[in-house]
Design a protein around this ligand. Structure first.
Ligand code: PRP
Ligand code: URA
Ligand code: MG
Length: 245
């Protein structure tokens, strides 16, 4: 059992850590105008459950799916291109950005498929592309390997290409996926990368190679550890989501 003094010291330390993290995040946000970090209370509390190592597979999946629905809506909102005005039932006008269906979603298989499902739940008729990329866990750099690509043949004609992957660690996988989509003729400024947990290293790696891409993320964590896992992170997302630990 912890004494009230210990509990107070612990909560003070946790608050200091959170403040430090907010400072890192806001300096990245001011450095990179195309970085969109979601700051909703709902996302933060779902993250707490996702990061808890005691969460069972069912709990992890439950909270991940709830969080990804919010992220999916925000990522789709970032794909809007047209302002419109509608008449409301009171005879007044209401303006905003119209939801856009001229979007192709590209999943970085495997973990990306969980976020793809959330996006398709919101907008079921979007065109889908798949890129199978895996980190090489035996190398120090975790250099990614591209195994398979299937994209719509006219992918360059969509207003936006939304690449989805829950984890942004070294940025190797995301940059490889962005490169693949660029080679298919898509303009860099039409690419949006949506993800659940990012870190400064991954964000810098993407913007260094592709400054015109937009990143929508539900969290920016502190750093990578020596095994190139995100800290505090949540462990291996794919393994926890698909119960392959
Ligand atoms: C994970 C994750 C990302 C990638 C991030 O995939 O889903 O795709 O690692 O790491 P990076 O930024 O250093 O490239 P992994 O290769 O483990 O495959 P999985 O999706 O099957 O879990
Ligand atoms: N992939 C994950 O699932 N987690 C990390 O921390 C890094 C890559
Ligand atoms: Mg994995």
């Amino acid at each position: 059992t912890t004494s009230p003094t210990e509990a107070l010291a612990k909560s003070k330390l946790a608050k200091q850590k959170e403040k430090r993290q907010r400072t890192i995040t806001s300096s990245l946000e001011s450095m990179y105008p195309n970085l969109d970090v979601l700051h909703m209370k709902s996302i933060k509390s779902l993250h707490v459950m996702l990061r808890d190592k005691r969460s069972s597979h069912a709990q992890f999946k439950h909270y991940a799916d709830r969080l990804m629905r919010i992220l999916a809506e925000e990522a789709l909102a970032a794909c809007a291109v047209e302002r419109c005005t509608v008449w409301t039932a009171t005879g007044a006008e209401y303006s905003g950005m119209r939801p856009n269906n001229n979007v192709c979603v590209v999943s970085i298989v495997r973990a990306g498929d969980s976020l793809l499902d959330a996006v398709l739940h919101c907008s079921p008729n979007l065109a889908v592309g798949k890129i199978l990329i895996q980190r090489n866990e035996t190398t120090v750099e975790k250099s990614p390997v591209l195994f398979y690509t299937k994209l719509p043949p006219r992918i360059a004609t969509y207003d936006r290409v939304l690449i989805v992957d829950p984890m942004l660690a070294t940025g190797g996988s995301a940059n490889m996926a962005i490169q693949t989509v660029l080679q298919a003729g898509v303009e860099e400024s039409n690419i949006i990368f949506a993800n659940v947990v990012a870190c400064p290293e991954g964000i810098r790696a993407i913007f260094a190679a592709h400054p015109n891409v937009t990143i929508v993320t539900a969290a920016v964590d502190q750093e990578l550890n020596e095994s190139k896992y995100i800290v505090p992170g949540l462990g291996d997302y794919g393994d926890r989501y698909y119960d392959t630990t």
